[in-house]
Ligand binder design. Structure first.
Ligand SMILES: [Zn+2]
Length: 133
């Protein structure tokens, strides 16, 4: 299976595992396997902040300077990282790509148009350009 279809699959899983009715930033659960870090509740974390797992994974991979892959509902990072470090990056992601910079509500959506990425707030209508990962 190629990389793209793996991402597709990860994305579909998120919809299948709609575990959160309300917005919530969950702490990661996981363990170390040798030098790797395995986050076991990754799809749930992504579902609860209502973002595609593939997008969050890409962000974490870049921020943590680690290669990353999603396998079933787990995220596997190629470095040994504490959950505290991973949680900090998820908070950063939420601030950048989920919460509205104007009203601070999480009722937002990411849209791509004209090669740019926008965060649009469904609560107050605010729309800002965000960095593409
Ligand atoms: Zn807003």
């Amino acid at each position: 299976m190629d990389y793209e279809s793996l991402l597709e699959e990860a994305y579909e899983n998120v919809t299948a595992v709609e575990l959160c009715e309300r917005f919530e930033v969950l702490g990661v659960k996981g363990h170390h396997e040798g030098v790797r870090t395995v986050i076991t509740n990754f799809l749930q974390v992504a579902a609860c902040i209502r973002r595609p797992a593939a997008h969050l994974m890409k962000f974490l991979s870049k921020e943590l300077a680690s290669s990353a892959e999603v396998s079933r509902d787990r995220l596997i990072l190629s470095r040994k990282l504490s959950s505290k470090v991973v949680n900090k990056k998820i908070e950063k992601y939420v601030n950048l790509f989920v919460l509205c910079s104007n009203c601070k509500k999480p009722d937002t959506e990411l849209n791509e148009s004209g090669g740019k990425m926008y965060l649009r707030c469904l609560a107050c209508g605010n729309k800002v350009e965000v960095h593409k990962i």
